[in-house]
Ligand binder design. Structure first.
Ligand SMILES: NC(=O)c1ccc[n+]([C@@H]2O[C@H](COP(=O)([O-])OP(=O)(O)OC[C@H]3O[C@@H](n4cnc5c(N)ncnc54)[C@H](OP(=O)(O)O)[C@@H]3O)[C@@H](O)[C@H]2O)c1
Length: 259
């Protein structure tokens, strides 16, 4: 399917690995001109080179911490008025909520709520002026269903979800959409490190922790980053202009509800 976004520009935050990278790859396949981002130069440059080689896309690599004002300025200097913004960032570490001090709580809210809102503030008016914009926030299935040790992630991302719900309606008539993608378990470095920590905590092998985790998913497997990326690219396509303020759950059926 032609997504109709060839030549459009995108900032894909936190995209040197994992789900962000998969979104960048899928957008590059659709002909989008990319800014990708991560904090570590070597991984980011390698990813940029691999995306260029596999798609021929124009890719600018911006080494920056997306949660800082300087990092956001660097991203916008590389692409001042993107047509597409993919908001992504690292998630908080697994913690018992009793162990989170005030600074840890504020950091979680900054990373997973304040940062995406700040970026939306900076790009949205140029999108409405051009009559095209696609914003996708990578949140988590934990917004809908609590996950042990990820309460800060759930809370901060639910705050973002509620915040943009009204914002999305205010720009819908300008062909600017804002949607959230809620990953369940996707096979990335983050998932593997969470499972490795869970294995240690519960005194089982990593292979057992993986098997148990897959057994709890009706699809009996983890999602692939490519599946996630292609869904993101569709939400950014011309065909998805009537989809806005939605929470797209990708979890292999793990959320146990009819609606
Ligand atoms: N994978 C899953 O199953 C799953 C499920 C639910 C929610 N999520 C959420 O989805 C998001 C992506 O997860 P993932 O599994 O793709 O993680 P990942 O494999 O660990 O990749 C994270 C990416 O973000 C970059 N990054 C992290 N912090 C950054 C920062 N402050 N500024 C710029 N770049 C940053 C990392 O590069 P550098 O380290 O070089 O900066 C890396 O490229 C996270 O918020 C995670 O909590 C994932």
């Amino acid at each position: 399917m032609d997504l109709g976004i060839r030549g459009r520009t995108a900032i894909v935050c936190a995209s040197s690995q994992g789900l962000g990278r998969a979104c960048a790859q899928a957008l590059a396949e659709a002909g989008v001109v990319l800014v990708i981002n991560g904090r570590h130069r070597s991984q980011l440059d390698q990813t940029a080179a691999e995306i260029r080689a596999s798609t021929g896309a124009e890719v600018t690599a911006v080494v920056a911490d997306v949660a800082t004002p300087e990092g956001q300025a660097a991203l916008l200097a590389a692409c001042p008025a993107p047509d597409i913004l993919i908001n992504n960032n690292g998630g908080p570490p697994l913690r018992n909520f009793r162990e989170l001090n005030r600074q840890a709580l504020l950091d979680g809210v900054t990373n997973n709520m304040v940062t995406p809102i700040e970026l939306i503030q900076k790009v949205i008016d140029s999108m409405t002026a051009r009559g095209f914009g696609r914003i996708v926030n990578i949140t988590s299935s934990s917004v809908k269903m609590p996950l042990v040790g990820l309460d800060l992630s759930s809370g901060a991302r639910a705050g973002l979800t509620a915040f943009i719900s009204g914002v999305a309606r205010s720009v819908a008539d300008k062909n600017v959409t804002i949607n959230n993608m809620l990953p369940g378990s996707f096979d990335t470095a983050r998932l593997r490190s969470n499972l490795s920590a869970a294995a240690k905590r519960t005194h089982v092998t990593e292979a057992d922790a993986v098997a148990r985790s897959m057994a709890n998913i009706p699809a009996k497997r983890f999602g692939t980053p490519a599946e996630f990326g292609q869904t993101c690219a569709f939400l950014c396509s011309v065909h998805a202009g009537f989809i806005t303020a939605q929470n797209i759950l990708l979890d292999g059926g793990a959320y146990p509800a009819a609606f």
